[in-house]
Design a protein around this ligand. Structure first.
Ligand SMILES: C[S@@+](CC[C@H](N)C(=O)[O-])C[C@H]1O[C@@H](n2cnc3c(N)ncnc32)[C@H](O)[C@@H]1O
Length: 431
């Protein structure tokens, strides 16, 4: 594709996002490219890179467009980003040509916007703090409560691009073997510093078509997510429950630390998500897992009360820890969502707790950085359930690196740990 045609496709993708603002950008982009199979891998990456860069700067671009008093359109967004790029080398005149596959020529107001913004810095002193930090107004006080003086630095790190991490599946081989297998296919990876099973891949690489991935030797999983698996400490012979298993991302990790021995149940209320687990479990060579769809008034849970050594609650959450991957999620998040999610998290935790055996452990985790979903939830749960208490990671079976948690709670952030934002709390039921 020519640079103009790529630009045109980026404008079309932004228009699709504007038309359905409640749909996640990555799902929209997947559908967009599926309908345009003629767009090759390199073009797709270039188009997505432009769109994701705009998503990361959305509130500031919106502010500049509003200040200029022009209509807020995908073309204006693209132009504003071009004008405000610190080392912007693109010339809109040569891209908006109106020729075949290129965007139409610039209108007067579009050219005026570009001229007005060119050479300015994207962040302006008059911007409200929430605009400058690219967060919804209602969320700013909550983020201030979480991060205090470190807020700006933490949010700056959350604006960066996420790393591409893999978990080596010890059921199939070790880190050295996985590194070598990937290297043989031109994929350079280095050991992660916190997860004992992680590899970090340099740049964007087509992992899913590699032999190591197809044979189940590696799985794509953020290092933070791997550390949640480590916090559970699932061991061979245990009975383990992954209560919000989704497509089994963490079930796979726990089956690995259980060395395929004992029994693990992956539960969820979503049938399609659990369905997604089947292929992954098979590829990873997991033999000790069962799936169970949770339904209202489930007798399955009642019959298994107090029977699991480990229960993981990987709760549905705002996903504020994954903004590096999904910058559009910031724009979609509403206060009502947070209120509904915190009520749901408390309910799920109470239900899951009934399944823990005396002396067993429940690990509550989210990929959120908000206290409301993390330490506040734990404090409220412990007040409601006095037979549970926080415990430090197991010193005998410890996959968590030292120093990450002393009180049984782990808070990871992109700035401090170079992972997604994750929270995990380890709680033990009285014997
Ligand atoms: C954060 S996701 C889980 C991700 C998954 N553990 C992984 O590692 O890939 C949260 C999951 O909770 C599920 N969920 C929502 N409400 C639930 C409920 N009441 N009980 C159990 N699971 C629930 C959702 O369907 C979703 O799959």
């Amino acid at each position: 594709m020519t640079p103009s045609a790529r630009l045109s496709a980026a404008i079309d993708l932004l228009a699709a996002m504007e038309a359905t603002p409640q749909r996640p950008a990555d799902a929209l982009a997947n559908a967009f490219f599926r309908e345009r199979r003629y767009i090759g891998g390199g073009d797709r990456r270039a188009i997505s890179a432009r769109v994701w860069r705009i998503l990361r700067h959305w509130r500031r671009l919106e502010w500049w467009i509003g200040r200029a008093g022009v209509a807020f359109t995908p073309r204006m967004l693209v132009l504003a980003m071009m004008a405000l790029e610190p080392d912007g080398k693109e010339n809109p005149q040569t891209l908006f040509t109106g020729e075949r596959y290129a965007p139409l020529s610039l209108t007067g107001p579009e050219q005026a916007l570009y001229n007005q913004l060119r050479g300015q810095s994207i962040t302006h002193a008059d911007m409200p703090r929430a605009v400058r930090l690219e967060v919804p107004d209602w969320l700013l006080p909550r983020l201030e409560r979480t991060f205090g003086d470190a807020l700006e630095a933490e949010l700056a790190a959350m604006e960066g691009e996420a790393t591409l991490d893999l978990r080596v599946n010890l059921l199939k081989g070790d880190r050295g073997r996985a590194r070598a297998a990937l290297e043989a296919e031109g994929i350079h990876a280095t050991d992660t510093t916190l997860s004992p099973w992680g590899l970090r891949v340099a740049g964007r690489q087509p992992i899913t078509s590699s032999t190591a991935f197809r044979e189940g030797l590696v799985e794509i999983q953020d290092e933070g997510s791997q550390l949640v698996v480590a916090a559970v400490g699932a061991r061979p012979g245990m009975r383990v429950l992954d209560y919000c298993a989704g497509a089994a991302g963490k079930t796979l990790g726990m089956a690995m630390t259980m060395e395929n021995r004992g029994h693990i149940v992956a539960c969820d209320v979503s049938e399609p998500r659990l369905e997604g687990a089947v292929r992954r479990l098979r590829r990873a060579g997991v033999h000790n897992a069962e799936r169970h769809l949770l339904v209202t008034g489930d007798r399955w849970a009642r019959r298994r009360a107090g029977s699991f050594d480990r229960v993981l609650v990987d709760a549905p959450c705002t996903g504020t820890g994954t903004w590096r991957r999904n910058p559009d999620a910031r724009l979609r998040l509403r206060e009502q969502d947070l209120l509904e999610l915190t009520a749901k998290q408390a309910d799920i935790m109470d239900r899951a707790a009934t399944l823990v055996r005396p002396g067993g452990r429940m690990v509550y985790a989210t990929c959120s950085v908000l206290r409301e979903e993390n330490s506040d939830q734990i404090a409220a749960f412990l007040a409601r359930n006095p037979d549970f208490s926080l415990v430090a990671p197991d010193s005998v079976h410890d996959d968590l690196p030292p120093g990450l948690s002393t009180d049984g709670q782990v808070s990871l952030t992109p700035r401090q740990h170079h992972t997604d934002g994750f929270f995990a709390a380890i709680m033990q039921r009285k014997s």
